[in-house]
Design a protein around this ligand. Structure first.
Ligand code: GLC
Length: 612
């Protein structure tokens, strides 16, 4: 067995003890590296050939698409907190800090001081004080540094499953709470460590998903090297252990959104400028923008690929993924440095942003007028300028919707596919459409009008319904596969999730209606501490703590704190949302000449709602 074979094997798979021993027994007596190794590998071989050797040798020779890591990932010269990250078996095993106390504090003094001062003016409630204690206790450390927060810390829970892991999506509200409090380190560490996990070799039954995929979660494990030594390793889950083997499509999108937020709030833009971070953004974007069989600019995904990570009939083009995708595209457009190697990607991002917003604004929007239009739809239209493009049969309009839709207000559909509209209202997708300006200014306003009109249904006793209404009877049986956790008005099937409060708060603040968020927050504050910070609530009005709800759920705690901090710091909140981008509205990527304009779907579109 040659050195090259072993090195290549280790570049894609963690070495087994057998291969490790084999490597040492084969080559430990050689004084020079085998001749056919590439330069970087030779250097590694020479410098690090010892029991603590580095076992991760990604080379362009091995996989042209893999990011060029050296074994110690050299960081930006201006970056003081992450000097070198040593990677072993594709696992980060060591971080060498060259931190100096003063330098560590450089993270956006101005912003942090502003936040600190404001905080001092406000007396924290008992609930807030307890929330901070819980959040601090949820912190996960890796080689001594904070890198994230566990999903839940319920002392009474004897079967935590994977709730003892750091979930990418769950960490976002924790990260924002820390950032708004002036603590940037944990977020920076999280972003850099998860970036390393992105290049991990991932396999599900011998199939490898794309390079840019981010894990759903990770865990810090202590592994024994020999009888006396242990080391900490980061162990990611890309869905290969997750219940239902769901794909964490939203993780990479959240990572990009958080990266931008980190820069905006701390003022430390050096992180997003680093070459490895830029490469991380590109890998995620390339994965999202790759050509496939899709007919629409929306991202095609399998069921359960986001916060709703179980079968709930959200396969295809669910709104939650589309609004996070749109937000991540906008973030990437801001953060990518434009040069010869990125200009095509930037162009593709601009085109997709424009096509995606058109598609969502035009085809996902529902209000009383649109429902009436659908009600009178002709079907089986064969032409490029059909009114009923997706061949929706009017019988699909659910009876509940006819009564429920208010005179004022509207919302974006949960999902759209050929001959299928999912009319359920999904909170996260609608809030992020407001935050990112995926919806038109009028649509965004109308979504909040609907929230107000349907307050008892969506907020009720506890903010906020993950979706409305629940799937019941045969719908529940067929669509969820009789899932006993997702029974009607529970968990993902229209349960109430307090973590969604921070996203609602941000949406309300953007639209100049903070009082709506304050009202919802006050409701939550009345109960969350007494109820021990549940993950979710059950029943139509969110009256009871969820049947199988975890207690001391970190993103419940963090969502509450982040809402408080956003409301107390409107100028910080404004850094996290986007206004309408008129430049994007002008881009039409279909390439049809003026004389052919009839065929351009935008021109053919009936309702011309780009900015209405
Ligand atoms: C549940 C939620 C998911 C969350 C995880 C950890 O699986 O559906 O969104 O990330 O718990 O809290």
């Amino acid at each position: 067995m040659s050195a090259i074979y072993l090195l290549r094997r280790f570049s894609t798979k963690p070495p087994s003890r057998f291969h490790r021993n084999l490597f040492f027994s084969t080559f430990s007596k050689e004084s020079s590296p085998p001749p056919d190794l590439s330069r970087t590998t030779r250097t590694i071989f020479t410098q690090r050939f010892a029991p603590s050797s580095i076992w991760f040798f990604p080379q362009s020779k091995i996989s042209p698409n893999r990011r060029e890591f050296s074994t110690s990932v050299e960081t930006n010269p201006t970056d003081k907190t992450f000097e070198r990250i040593h990677v072993q078996s594709g696992v980060i095993v060591e971080r060498i800090h060259k931190k100096e106390e003063e330098e560590e504090e450089t993270v956006s003094r101005v912003n942090v001081e502003t936040t600190g001062e404001r905080k001092a003016l406000r007396e924290e409630s008992e609930a807030e004080k307890e929330a901070w204690r819980i959040l601090e206790n949820a912190i996960v450390r890796y080689c001594g540094s904070p890198v994230g927060t566990v999903a839940a810390n319920d002392p009474g829970d004897k079967t935590p499953l994977n709730y003892d892991q750091v979930f990418i999506r769950d960490f976002v509200p924790s990260a924002l709470a820390f950032l708004l409090k002036g603590e940037g380190d944990i977020v920076r560490n999280f972003l850099l460590h998860t970036l390393q996990l992105q290049s991990w070799e991932k396999t599900v039954d011998c199939y490898s998903p794309g390079q840019g995929l981010m894990p759903a979660s990770f865990k810090v494990r202590t592994v024994a090297l020999d009888e006396n030594t242990t080391e900490e390793v980061l162990d990611p889950d890309f869905g290969e252990s997750a219940i239902g083997r769901v794909a964490p499509v939203d993780s990479g999108l959240w990572w990009i959104i958080l990266l931008r937020a980190y820069g905006k709030i701390t003022g430390d833009f050096s992180l997003q400028e680093r070459i490895d971070v830029q490469t991380g953004i590109k890998l995620i974007m390339n994965l999202c923008l790759a050509d496939g069989f899709d007919m629409f600019p929306t991202l095609l995904v399998t069921d359960g690929s986001c916060m709703i990570d179980r079968r709930m009939g959200i396969h295809g083009h669910p709104l939650e993924i589309q609004s996070l995708f749109y937000s991540a595209l906008r973030c990437s457009r801001e953060m990518l440095s434009v040069n010869d190697s990125s200009k095509n990607l930037v162009r593709a991002i601009n085109n997709r942003l424009s096509a995606l917003s058109f598609h969502i604004r035009e085809y996902y929007w529902v209000d009383i007028k649109k429902i009436n239009e659908i009600y009178r739809y002709k079907t089986e239209e064969y032409s490029t300028d059909a009114t009923n493009k997706f061949n929706i049969y009017p019988e699909q309009i659910p009876p509940w919707l006819m009564d429920w839709i208010p005179e004022q207000g509207g919302y974006l559909l949960g999902n759209l596919q050929p001959a299928h509209m999912d009319f359920r209202f999904f909170s996260l997708g609608n809030f992020w459409s407001i935050v990112s300006s995926l919806g038109t200014p009028k649509q965004n306003e109308a979504i909040l009008n609907l929230m107000e009109a349907k307050w008892d249904d969506i907020i009720g006793n506890m903010p906020l319904k993950i979706c409305y209404p629940a799937l019941e009877y045969d719908d529940w049986r067929i669509i969820t596969g009789s899932d006993p956790k997702n029974t009607p008005w529970s968990y993902h099937n229209s349960g109430s999730w307090p973590t969604l409060l921070w996203q609602f708060t941000l949406a309300c603040m953007k639209m100049g209606r903070p009082e709506l968020a304050e009202k919802a927050l006050a409701l939550a504050e009345k109960r969350l501490m007494a109820d021990r910070w549940p993950e979710y609530y059950d029943t139509r009005s969110g009256k009871f703590i969820g049947k199988q709800s975890r207690l001391y759920q970190t993103w419940t705690v963090a969502g509450f704190l982040t809402s408080k901090l956003l409301l107390a710091n409107p100028e910080m909140a404004s850094l996290l949302f986007w206004e309408e981008d008129y430049e994007l509205l002008d881009i039409c990527a279909c390439g049809l000449r003026k004389s052919d304009r009839k065929k351009c779907s935008r021109v053919a579109a009936k309702t011309q709602i780009l900015v209405r």
